[in-house]
Design a binder for this molecule. Structure first.
Ligand SMILES: [Zn+2]
Length: 323
């Protein structure tokens, strides 16, 4: 009798898709890990449906970076992060359950190209010269003296510059913007490997909801700033100003990859403000904006003013005694 081939548990293989109406994230998760709130923004406005309706149409990841930081370590870091920001954080945040931290694979576009630029610049060369000047000495006599001064001579320079643009990373997620992703970069992309569905199995993965065209546009703009910096450093002279440059990109590659992220999201207050802390699942870099309690800030300002008033009274008392 043939033994049955070992496969993943049926519930492991069945995927569910949820879409968050608040932040726009579309997440794929194992059916047994059904989430009633969005792991990104803690919104309860999630709609679930069987996976596969739109996912066939979406881009498939080409590479993936695995997790290095585990859930326990991620929760410990969230706890420490909140602890450090304790002073002004609202009480509700300080008592948040850090074990609610969620690991997920974030889709991102990885871009590379060859950049060739034509530039126009002004180059400054320093030279020293001796100047004579007249001055009045202590006896009121006018005397002539000399001094050495540094001057700059400017000239125009135009030319071409070529460079590789490697590893520009931009978000492919509507739930998590590019500026926020940048706060926990860099990732060590040498650890990238070919995408394999087995690596993602059991984890929440976000679908790429930011299309390739949009990712390409974002990456091009990051690449352009990178090129600008390269040309500026390349310019000769004691000082220089890059006046204009035009870049042509060729051999462009835009690949969809998945990045490991731990997210801690919570809602607080009567108006449901969102708190979100992100951890780079590979390096452990943690960033987040903690809300500040207006009441606690007001109390802090009052204490500071009171301290200044006391100092002023003390100073006046001391001066008064002296006078
Ligand atoms: Zn959301």
């Amino acid at each position: 009798m043939d033994l049955p081939v070992t496969t993943l548990d049926e519930s492991e293989r069945k995927l569910l898709e949820i879409r968050c109406d608040d932040c726009g994230a579309t997440l794929t998760l194992p059916a047994h890990r059904f989430a009633a709130i969005c792991p990104y923004c803690a919104s309860p406005s999630v709609v679930d449906r069987p996976a596969g309706e739109d996912s066939a149409r979406r881009a498939r990841p080409e590479f993936i970076l695995g997790f290095v930081i585990d859930r326990k370590e991620a929760a410990r870091r969230v706890q420490a992060f909140i602890g450090r920001s304790r002073l002004f954080a609202p009480t509700a945040v300080k008592h948040a359950k850090v074990s609610a931290v969620e690991g997920l694979y974030l889709p991102a576009w990885l871009y590379g190209s060859v950049a060739e630029s034509q530039y126009q610049a002004r180059i400054g060369e320093n030279y020293t010269t001796t100047e004579t000047y007249t001055t009045t000495d202590s006896k009121g006599n006018t005397t002539t003296r000399t001094r050495t001064v540094v001057k700059t001579e400017w000239r125009e320079l135009s030319g071409t510059h070529a460079t590789y643009v490697l590893d520009v990373l931009v978000t492919a997620s509507q739930g998590l913007g590019n500026a926020e992703l940048e706060t926990i970069e860099p990732f060590d992309l040498r650890a990238l490997r070919r995408y394999d569905a087995a690596v993602v199995s059991g984890w929440i993965a976000e679908e790429a909801t930011l299309e390739r065209d949009e990712g390409h546009r974002l990456a091009r703009s990051e690449a352009t700033s990178f090129v600008e910096g390269r040309i500026e450093r390349f310019l000769p002279g004691d000082s220089s100003t890059l006046q204009s440059f035009r870049t042509t990109f060729s051999n462009e590659d835009t690949d969809l990859i998945l990045l490991p992220i731990w997210v801690f999201a919570a809602r607080y207050g009567t108006d449901g403000k969102t708190l979100r802390i992100l951890i780079n699942g590979q390096t452990g870099e943690i960033q987040g904006k903690l809300p500040r309690s207006p009441l606690k800030i007001a109390v802090g300002v009052l204490l500071l003013l009171a301290g200044l008033a006391v100092a002023a009274i003390l100073a006046m008392t001391v001066l008064g005694v002296a006078l």
